[in-house]
Ligand binder design. Structure first.
Ligand SMILES: C[S@@+](CC[C@H](N)C(=O)[O-])C[C@H]1O[C@@H](n2cnc3c(N)ncnc32)[C@H](O)[C@@H]1O
Ligand SMILES: Nc1nc2[nH]cc(C(=O)O)c2c(=O)[nH]1
Ligand code: SF4
Ligand SMILES: [Mg+2]
Length: 253
């Protein structure tokens, strides 16, 4: 089986904060898929959005060194499996599937998740959640899920509101299937408080929400706390947290 891959590396999970379902600070092997159907204007993985332009993928040769070797795309599933296995440092919390958007290649994603389960790893899915019918196909293999709620300011797609509703549907599916799941909302200085209230109403009684400032950060700390408080008022004080992209501050992958 073939897939369009971007990179495989060993690092610690830099996002998610302290809510249930988060793996923040846990060591993971990251598997980044090429290709995405959205276009968040602040995406930090932009070079991987157009899969047709990702002619090769790279895998770390020694764990946590940032030293890579390259292979052409499409990748063979077995080569990806081997790239993951050689990065097993014995302290791996879970395998993170990210991108790009991993669910777009749901068949190889599912096959890879099955393989990793056979090897005894837990699976951590990082997804925009906009395609619940695809999320459904891997939910039973997912132990942890981080599902983005795309704020209007991301300008991810034309029909932003229906994207949000599909993301919430993905969260519902993952929760019902037993995955530890949280939602991640990336905010900017222009994020509207009434939108945050709407996301909080949708998420209430469903899963916790972390609020993550877009990097580079433009939102003030006072405004961040205002958004936090509005979400907590609706969802409950235990169900909201902050998340930062800590790996970027510490200069790791
Ligand atoms: C690159 S995305 C890949 C997974 C999936 N496509 C998604 O958007 O959830 C991984 C995570 O990085 C976050 N992210 C990407 N660029 C960011 C930025 N400039 N600032 C903060 N978070 C960012 C996304 O919101 C998402 O939670
Ligand atoms: N260390 C680290 N943590 C991460 N959490 C989410 C990431 C992603 O790009 O999906 C990511 C990443 O690229 N590196
Ligand atoms: S959905 Fe994820 S990968 Fe796609 S553009 Fe947005 S942040 Fe980037
Ligand atoms: Mg990232």
């Amino acid at each position: 089986m073939k897939l369009i891959m971007a990179e495989v590396f060993n690092s610690w999970q830099g996002e998610g904060g302290s809510v249930e379902g988060s793996a923040f600070g846990r060591r993971q092997i990251f598997v980044r898929f090429a290709g995405c159907d959205l276009h968040c204007q602040w995406c930090d993985s932009r070079e991987y959005i157009d899969a047709s332009r990702v002619s090769r993928w790279r895998y770390e040769v020694e764990p946590f060194t940032g030293k890579f070797e390259y292979r052409p795309n499409p990748a063979e599933l077995d080569d990806v499996v081997n790239a993951v296995l050689r990065l097993d440092t014995g302290d791996i919390h879970s395998i993170s599937y990210t991108g790009g958007e991993p669910t777009l290649q749901v068949k190889p994603l599912r096959a890879l998740m099955e393989k990793m389960k056979e090897f005894g790893f837990d699976n951590f899915l990082e997804t925009h959640g906009g395609l619940p019918e695809l999320v459904k196909e891997v939910a039973h293999l997912t132990d942890y899920a981080s599902v983005d709620i795309k704020d209007e300011t991301a300008k991810a797609t034309e029909d932003w509101k229906s994207l949000v509703l599909r993301e919430v549907e993905s969260i519902r599916i993952l929760k019902e299937t037993g995955a530890k799941t949280y939602a991640k909302l990336v905010v900017t200085k222009d994020t509207k408080i009434e939108n945050v209230r709407w996301y909080a109403e949708l998420m209430k009684d469903l899963a916790p929400l972390v609020i993550q400032p877009r990097e580079p950060i433009d939102i003030t700390q006072a405004r961040l706390m205002e958004l936090y408080r509005e979400a907590a008022k609706i969802m409950g004080r235990k169900n909201v947290g902050l998340s930062f992209q800590v790996h970027k501050y510490l200069n790791v992958l």
